[in-house]
Design a protein around this ligand. Sequence first.
Ligand SMILES: *Cc1c(COP(=O)(O)O)cnc(C)c1O
Length: 395
Amino acid sequence: MPMASGGGSAGAPGGPVFTLGTGPSGSSSRTVSALARPVLHHLDPEFLALYAGAVELLHRALGGELAPVVLQGEAVLGLEAAVAALTRERDVVLCLVSGDFARGLGDWARPRAREVVELDVPDGQVIDPERVRHALRERPEISLVLAVHCETVAGTVNPMGAIGEVVAEAGATLLVDAIASFAGMPVDPAGWRAGVVVAGSEKCLGGPPGLSLLYVSQQAWERIEANPAAPRGSFLSLLDWRDAHLPDRAFPFAPSVSDVYALHACLEQYLEEGEAAAWERHRRVARAARAGARALGLSLWPREETTCADTVTVLRLPPGIDGELLLRQARSELGVLLTGGQGSLAGQVVRIGHMGPSAFPLAPVLALAALGRGLRAQGFPAQLGAAVEAALEAL
Ligand SMILES: *Cc1c(COP(=O)(O)O)cnc(C)c1O
């Protein structure tokens, strides 16, 4: 059982904990073994080879012509670094606000750019490429577009292929946060014609939080190199880490050695399973979570089922239900870790993550059983039996 670990507090001390939240998503024993390896010096030839190997595996997973970049900090570092690298003082930036993560991208751009224009997406909906086209026509000086692929806060997935097409036609650069989708759903930076796509290790790859994984296109590198405001000699610098995997280059500073071991192991497992097989696994589990949640008596936050993410299911809390209490009891009494609403959705929704190791067939059943029990305790007539039947049927 990949996510079971000694955590205590759920009945028997040290009993299993089922981590079914929005990431970190648990780790396989193979990943944990990789983390437990002795910490080599970062200039040790064995580590240098492993680092280069990890970048090569990541390159296969992210695609594109150029080698990707690994930054030594949890995925948010990658987002901030990418915004800092791409934003020029004269830029008008378009931020596609499909949720709080997207709004955050705009917040990083604002002090660095001339202006940030926000395109708001109504609650539970996804970005409409035609609205993006319209926004770009209205402000032809927009040169950078910020977007999130899977908006974890809302459980939605934006149509990046169509958005990328519109952005490319307007001659702007596209930055995409694919942290919650990479390795759980198709992420195609080159196909999206994206400049930069940021992924992380702690969601669908099943690693610890600690590394940022970045696809950067040739065009984006040219923009970054020519941008005097792009960080250099900084923890945020993409340029400093660009060639760190090459044999004749030095690391700007010591990389997170253990996290790199884990990344290597996670990527091996992802590619051994096969990307298509991993995506299909997420798709089935998400389908089961949605069917079960409906049968339980809950409704989905996303307006349309076709826009639901395969990696996280966001459910509206019925009126009068205390979401915090629900989650606290699920964790302390049943050992099931779920996630509540974030930002503007705090108190309104509950989120079931099915990412990487936590996207296993019975995960939705466990999550729904824990939810249903807590909802009943608060007086909501949750249909537990029907939920289990529906989830199993949908698998
Ligand atoms: C998880 C996630 C991040 C990283 O955020 P943390 O709170 O540091 O985990 C960024 N963007 C998206 C869409 C995410 O799901």
